[in-house]
Ligand binder design. Structure first.
Ligand SMILES: [Zn+2]
Length: 245
């Protein structure tokens, strides 16, 4: 672990890539894990754009108790330590697959969300994601009463700026993620099994550009044999790391 810290502190352009394993430490449930949400809600359906087009209440009813309660969740030691690493100038960018904005809540400034975010709700009839109609808190206040957030202009049901199955990934975020991965001389791969694209391909960009990667994940990943450092337990490593910075 000492060698890992040393490498981290001497890196010139460190980039982190985070997945669901980082969020579970904050009590946010994973989809696919042992206690995964797939057992209760049909996430394939709820995040499918075809279903949303037909009946947005499928999404809003399913999301009420795990997307629209995110205001009750707190950043973990991993989130706060990453924010500290950015403040110290060590971490240059953070790419996340998560849609829970806990990195921002912890204070990280440069967060690249490659699966979008529920922080923005927009109208698909008369607006775009660049013209948010409601933020997370405004939308959550409506959803918690059992209703759906509507556009004040045209009355259409708003859509969260989460990337649904069947939608294109956010172009700008993806471009930034590729750029940062190419620049990185050290990438921290945290809490992701690297099975879902495009995230799975990002550490490969770093490796191809002769950067090093560290993988901390509770479970195997396809890139384990290419990692300079490999740990299982995020909480242990980040508790120790937080003492060093
Ligand atoms: Zn509208």
């Amino acid at each position: 672990m000492e060698e890992f810290f040393e490498q981290l502190f001497k890196s010139q352009h460190c980039v982190a890539l985070t997945g669901a394993g980082v969020s579970t430490l904050s009590g946010i449930r994973d989809f696919r894990g042992k206690n995964g949400l797939y057992h209760e809600v049909d996430a394939e359906k709820m995040f499918d754009i075809n279903y949303f087009n037909r009946d947005p209440s499928i999404y809003y009813n399913a999301a009420r108790n795990f997307i629209y309660n995110l205001d009750e969740k707190e950043p973990s030691i991993v989130h706060t330590t990453l924010a500290k690493l950015e403040q110290k100038g060590i971490l240059k960018a953070l790419i996340t697959q998560n849609i829970d904005f806990l990195h921002q809540k912890a204070g990280t400034k440069k967060v690249i969300e490659i699966h979008g975010s529920p922080a923005v709700h927009y109208c698909r009839e008369c607006g775009s994601p660049e013209e948010p109609v409601m933020d997370f808190y405004q939308a959550a206040a409506v959803v918690k009463t059992g209703k759906m957030p509507l556009c004040p202009q045209c009355g259409a049901v708003l859509k969260p700026d989460i990337t649904f199955f069947g939608e294109n990934l956010p172009v700008r975020a993806l471009h930034n993620a590729h750029w940062e991965s190419n620049q990185a001389d050290f990438m921290l791969v945290l809490g992701t099994s690297l099975t879902v694209h495009p995230a799975a391909g990002l550490p490969e960009l770093t490796l191809r550009a002769r950067g090093k990667i560290a993988i901390i994940n509770n479970g195997e990943t396809p890139l384990d044999s290419y990692a300079s450092f490999r740990f299982d337990d995020l909480e242990t490593v980040f508790s120790a790391l937080s003492q060093q910075i």
